[in-house]
Design a protein around this ligand. Structure first.
Ligand SMILES: Nc1ncnc2c1ncn2[C@@H]1O[C@H](COP(=O)(O)OP(=O)(O)OP(=O)(O)O)[C@@H](O)[C@H]1O
Ligand SMILES: [Mg+2]
Length: 362
């Protein structure tokens, strides 16, 4: 009995991507089906290497095809090709597939800390990751990544990013003299944000994370107007003031037509090692409650952990210094959620475009 490609594809049509809510054949994920007597091999190309349900999908594919009569062995290769945000002609960074802004209402909630560790967590999965420090008022990414003494060089008319922990970095901090202060006016902020995008040789990136200053000032406004963002990640602490102001940031981005990827809770409850009891730093609105109120996804929680701030101050992020702790697992989980939400936004917008381009039915 010979097995046909059609039979294999038919079997794989029973496997659904849980986020995109379509089967993987219709989504075009199944590639290179090779049938040799009773052995079947094929590739499943997901939308991100950071897919949190990769193993689950692989097992489902194996099971579906193994169940076909006459099949004795199944080999599934899982790969990923990140599908891009909406990139139109004239885009400042056309080879950057996703731009994710990290914002907050209140200052000091841990945006920069979350951004650096998230960038490292995404890079760990094999994705190509850039980190742009758009906090033009107080650029601290060079310090947090132990790169404050670096000075990037230029090639042609482009600035080459600094590489640290598998992440490409650019910050105004690299371009200023030590201690140099800048007195900003609105148009200068927009100009600098534009330079950090267009004058830097970012190359091809799957994810460019942008660390913003707090609030709804010139930098987030300029960024959202200069490039179509995949989405905005809102960092908040379980503190009522932080939660209230987070809502304002969400409103601003929604007005600028940038999707909200979701809410990350930082400095959340932690387990005290001596007593084994949960300790809460703040007693206000939790991240999941805030997400519910704002009607956006909840992406995960990072506990309060002094090792995080110690690592940040020492210039080696906590994902690197303490890779096997709850905080590192938290960042990995959030990386998966960010990748997943980015895929959903990119694929949904693409589907909508495709539908609107489809010829009208006679
Ligand atoms: N989960 C955490 N546990 C303990 N300390 C943390 C945690 N997250 C951040 N911190 C510390 O809190 C301080 C503020 O963090 P960070 O600079 O990342 O905040 P921010 O939101 O970027 O601030 P700004 O609004 O000034 O840009 C830093 O000292 C950082 O090390
Ligand atoms: Mg910051």
């Amino acid at each position: 009995m010979t097995i046909t490609e059609a039979e294999v594809l038919n079997a794989l049509k029973t496997v659904q991507d849980p986020d995109l809510r379509r089967d993987i054949v219709t989504l075009g994920f199944v590639k290179d089906v090779v049938i040799s007597e009773s052995s079947v091999a094929f590739t499943v190309e997901l939308t991100t290497p950071a897919c949190p349900v990769k193993e689950e999908l692989q097992a489902q594919c194996e099971a579906a095809v193994s169940a076909l009569p006459g099949v004795t062995s199944v080999q599934v290769t899982m790969t990923a090709r990140v599908r891009a945000r909406q990139i139109q002609e004239g885009d400042l960074v056309p080879d950057v597939k996703h731009i994710i802004a990290v914002a907050s209402g209140k200052g000091g909630v841990g945006k920069s800390t979350v951004t650096v560790n998230l960038a490292i967590a995404l890079a760990e999965t094999g994705a190509r990751v850039g980190l742009m420090d758009a906090d033009v008022y107080g650029p601290c990414i060079p310090l947090m990544m132990g790169a404050q003494d670096e000075r990037p060089y230029t090639k042609g008319n482009k600035i080459i990013p600094i590489q640290r922990f598998g992440v490409q970095l650019m910050s105004l901090g690299f371009l200023l003299e030590e201690g140099q202060a800048v007195l900003w006016r609105g148009p200068m902020v927009a100009g600098t944000v534009k330079q950090l995008l267009a004058d830097v040789d970012w190359g091809t990136l799957d994810y460019l994370l942008v660390d913003l200053p707090p609030g709804t000032g010139d930098a987030p406004m300029s960024l959202a107007q200069l490039v179509p963002l995949t989405g905005v990640l809102i960092v908040s602490t379980p503190h009522n003031v932080a939660a209230n102001i987070a809502g304002k940031a969400v409103q601003l981005f929604q007005r600028l037509n940038s999707p909200i990827l979701g809410v990350v809770e930082n400095m959340g409850p932690y387990i005290d090692e001596d007593t084994g009891k949960e300790v809460r730093m703040f007693h206000g609105t939790d991240g999941d409650e805030l997400a519910k109120v704002l009607k956006v996804p909840f992406l995960g929680r990072i506990p309060f952990d002094p090792r995080i701030s110690k690592a940040g101050d020492a210039g080696v992020p906590s994902m690197i210094t303490h890779p096997h702790t709850e905080q590192a697992e938290g960042f990995r989980h959030i990386a998966g959620q960010v990748a997943q939400q980015s895929s959903i936004i990119a694929m949904t917008r693409r589907d909508l475009t495709r539908l609107s381009e489809a010829p009208a039915r006679p």
